[in-house]
Write a protein that binds this ligand. Sequence first.
Ligand code: SF4
Length: 763
Amino acid sequence: MVMFTSGALSALLLVAVSEPQGVSGLRPSNFYSRQHAASLSMASTASKEGSSAPPSSDVLWTPSWKSGERDELFGPIGKYCEDLHEVTRRKTRTVNCGPINFGSDHPIVRQTMATTNTADVDATIEQVMRCADEGFDLVRITVQGRREADAAARIREGLFKKGYDIPLCADMHFQPKVALMVADCLEKIRINPGNFADGRKDFEEKIYETEEDYVSERQYLLDAMYPLVERCRDLNRCMRVGTNHGSLSSRVLSFYGDTPRGMVESALEFADICRSQDYHNFVFSMKASNPLVMVQSYRLLAAEQYRMGWDYPLHLGVTEAGEGEDGRMKSAIGIGTLLADGLGDTIRVSLTEDPEFEYDPCNTLAEMAESRLAINPEAKVRQNAVKSYDDTRDVTSYSRRSGALPEQNEGDVADVRGFLHRDGSVFLTVSPKMLSKENVQYLYQELGCKTAVGMPFKDIATADSIFMSTIPPSSDTEARTALRRLIEVSIGVIVPAAELEKDPLPNAVALFSLEEAISKNGELPEGAIRLAISLNGDEDEDAILKLKELNPIVCLLKPKEGISHLHSARRIFEIFNANDIETSVIHHFTSDTDDSNILALQIGTQIGSLLTDGNGDGIMVEQVGDKEHFPVDFVRRTSFSLLQGSRLRNTKTEFVSCPSCGRTLFDLQETTASITDATGHLPGVTIAVMGCIVNGPGEMADADFGYVGTLPGKVDLYYGKEVVRKSIPNEEAVDSLVELIKEYDLWVEKEVEEEKEEEVIAA
Ligand code: SF4
């Protein structure tokens, strides 16, 4: 997979050559590694102060974007990726990091971050070794201060002794001097422009209105960065200029706001300092917990790099993605979308799980991306099979194309308005056997309905419509009654028109292909209440224009075999937009996987990449193959997760939980599980669970409530960005959080509410 020797393999090499373990015994056949190991010794504690910075006027700062100078010099923002119609990696330079390289001439680097306390050298060595054995190419460790810098040196040396040359990255916040020390002993330093030098307290008091105000602080940044850049350049260390949406400095927030533009400008300033010292061995990142913000920021940075002729690699990640399928889904939406653009040279899937568990999703996303590259003949054929179209998406802003909702007509005996939801719909596939007498109550629950005296009712996360490729015969009165009940509570039942022609179902939605609908002039089968049309992504524009006359309530978009899903879907939306076709479009996604994590990654990558462009009004997942591996309920929850992760429709509490690292002050996985258990039923509420105060409050971005570790055993609770409860003992903190949510009137007693509703319904 990778073009360098992995940790595990170098261990084998060490054994094979029978040299004594240790730095001097590392891979004797590899001169570079011998040098690499020798240069990464315990030198950190002996570090000298770096040189003083020159005046900030000596730096060639990137011309201002706000003043329009940049446009004047480089022209307007243009392309953001190599090719809009073929997946081609953006050409990036090679950035060296010990035994590995980042850049478009190299495979995508898979990386993770240790969750152990860095001062616990043995535990960290063990965890890094497990990560290397799993397949990771690089591991980041947190370095809070001098003690951890010394530990980092010992961890590096300990790993070499055990035969592991996997490079390490130090995660630095606020500590320029410690960063300087740790640059001696590790291969890579990650700095956060939001707090490395730009987090100075007195910046917070100021309002930066003019360009002069803003640039007047640059000497301070330069003073902090100069020695580190000098050290990294002289020792050939690698750096990540890692901006986070949630921890932009007050200075950037004041001047640019809480925006992708602010993230990009913040990173460019730090890159300018590197470049002015002729140091180019760095990569960028633009992470956010909101995948839409994250995608937009990376695309904007790529576009800025294109217009200025820069070629620094990108490290992709969604921060605080959470755990389980939700965490994988959010990561897939953000990372998968950008990889499909050909952007990204290294990825990290941040999960609130042990780092080893990040490998599978990380590797799967990288493999999916590599298989979609047009350098693969099959992928190229699929991408070239899409009919030609102009891609007019504006990647510098997000706006959703909201499809029209069904309108109620006089004489309609069913309420069709609920067949779609304004914030995004979930359609589920249902088979006739699920409607049998013994299964039907179970099916109602799987569809997300509440029930009272055996009758289904819609709830917050109920499927909006169901699709049945075949229906039970009208002689099956039990099953037909169940369908009637669903339609009566405004759940659409979509059935192929040919089926309805054989045996009508009152008030069903008849599904035609576009060709069929045109040939029948949109005439409905007996009993059907509305028309839906399936599109295969390959229709001619002239045929698509007929949708205006046919006026279906929805199109189901399922690109046919043999053409690129992404590009054919983009083409359809371009045609809709250019011709003011307002019909809602549901992405019809098929999968035969039996792995729930893979399903989340597939959906996140393939459909998320369209939803992040604002294209699509929902999803229908159809399981194909010999067997349906997942129950309807699981598919429903996964589908709603996609809509929530794509910022369309919230049906549950949004959790932003940090992945944990050496700074974490409580058991993050256990605590997140308790908080989820207590508060997971509050759609519209966002709760951040952050392991430490150093980084946590900054990274909570737009959470309503924050649960942040402050001292061992103590937690602070936040409302927005304000601390409202201080130093709560861990064991009381979840209850205290619940009380706080009640105080702000955002609490709902789940059971009580349900009971009441059932009583009303029964009455
Ligand atoms: S919030 Fe703190 S504990 Fe959590 S990953 Fe970030 S630095 Fe580590």
